[in-house]
Ligand binder design. Structure first.
Ligand code: UD2
Ligand code: MN
Length: 360
């Protein structure tokens, strides 16, 4: 596998493709290598395989923790230059009863594909899991990875307060949140940190690729020229970027009204200046609107970064219990609306997410 660094000189900026380690390794063959689908047999599809995680953990277990991925970035990404001196980041990964191989592949992919000096630490925050493999075995395993710390909540908190626990402990200049079943792709980190170093009030999101929950094939979501929005029921969706806002160069960062939620980087101090998350948000959902609205209302901006790509396993179904039932989800999704956003602001953002250019 190549570990080279192609330096393109610039004034204080460089395009370093060093971190394609384990990525464009043409030599890597085997289950799931190059992000290829795992050849499933009928017996691999047994329901049990999905029950605990909402994706096929048997397949995940049979794929290397260091598997190679296809470099599906736009061609222009290879020419882009980033500041030579970038802020470092704490990577925060909340998890609740995550599968062993899917959690570890997240950590391996981050460490394999990031310049080491940019990773201050990786904080795994366990939201009161009861699976055995996430206890002593995980601690033992992580002893070989000095940058990884494990924190644990004292009761089931839900993903929002779990993330906050990690953020409060973080020491990096930037904090980067990931879900516990992701794979960071080639050179994913510098394009994110570069935007924050230019404007610390920018929250940046990578493009989220799809890791298939059956066969673990790695692919782009349908169409990159899309950005986040939401409908009247507060369902998040991606809609096409209006033609007049599309960039000539598809590798250029573009503004986004609301983020998907799980994968983003933010200047640590700016995150706290924004007030972090509303600690009343329960278990799952809604937090992406809260943080998105706050950043726009407080003079920041939010961007999607096409040259930064991270795969995520979209589950077949939600495997974990939600204490308080489904109403908790509705409560959390709407809570920000009743507590922190006035109807006028709500209409403004709804309109903005569909049509307007940011004129904030
Ligand atoms: C999406 C987001 C997710 C979050 C969520 C709620 C992406 C790719 N994913 O759904 O990050 O914003 O929407 O708005 O944008 N977890 C806990 N405690 C819990 C439940 C979950 O720690 O009680 C962890 C879980 O292990 C995972 C993360 O929180 O790392 C997100 O949960 P998910 O993967 O079930 O959410 P997802 O991807 O359906
Ligand atoms: Mn997820």
């Amino acid at each position: 596998c190549r570990k080279d660094c192609i330096m393109t000189a610039g004034v204080g900026r460089s395009a370093c493709e060093h971190w394609r380690l384990l990525l464009s390794c043409a030599a890597s063959t085997g289950n799931g290598e190059q992000g290829k689908p795992f050849p499933l047999t009928e017996s691999d599809r047994v329901d049990q395989a999905y029950r605990e995680n909402g994706f096929n953990i048997y397949v995940s277990d049979r794929i290397s923790l260091n598997r190679s991925l296809p470099d599906i970035r736009h061609e222009n990404c290879k020419q882009r230059l980033y500041a030579e001196k970038l802020p470092n980041t704490s990577i925060i990964i909340p998890f609740h009863n995550e599968g062993w191989s899917s959690l570890l592949r997240t950590v391996h992919s981050v460490l394999n594909r990031s310049p080491p000096q940019l990773i201050a630490e990786v904080i795994l925050v366990d939201d009161f899991s009861d699976k055995e493999h996430l206890k002593v075995a995980l601690e033992e395993y992580m002893k070989r990875m000095p940058k990884v710390r494990i924190l644990r909540t004292k009761k089931r908190e839900g993903l929002i307060r779990t993330r906050l626990l990690g953020a409060a402990a973080a020491k990096g200049e930037v904090i980067t949140f990931l879900d516990s079943h992701c794979e960071a792709n080639v050179n994913w980190l510098p394009p994110l940190l570069d935007r924050i170093s230019q404007n610390r009030k920018t929250i940046v999101c990578p493009m989220i690729d799809v890791i298939d929950h059956d066969n673990f094939g790695y692919d782009t979501q349908a169409g990159d020229a899309m950005r986040g929005a939401f409908d009247w029921e507060m369902y998040y969706k991606r809609i096409p970027i209006p033609a007049e806002l599309q960039k000539n160069d598809p590798s250029e960062p573009f503004e986004s009204p609301v983020m998907a939620g799980g994968l983003f980087a933010v200047d640590r101090k700016w995150f706290w200046e924004l007030g972090g998350y509303d600690t009343g948000l329960e278990i799952w959902g809604g937090e992406q609107y809260e943080i998105s609205f706050k950043v726009w209302m407080c003079g920041g901006r939010m961007e999607d970064i096409p040259c930064s790509r991270v795969g995520h396993i979209y589950r077949k179904y939600v495997p974990y219990k939600v204490p308080g039932g489904i109403n908790t989800l509705r409560h959390s999704a709407f809570r920000f609306f009743f507590t922190s956003v006035s109807p006028k602001e709500f209409f403004f953002f709804f309109f903005f997410s569909h049509t307007a250019k940011p004129v904030l």
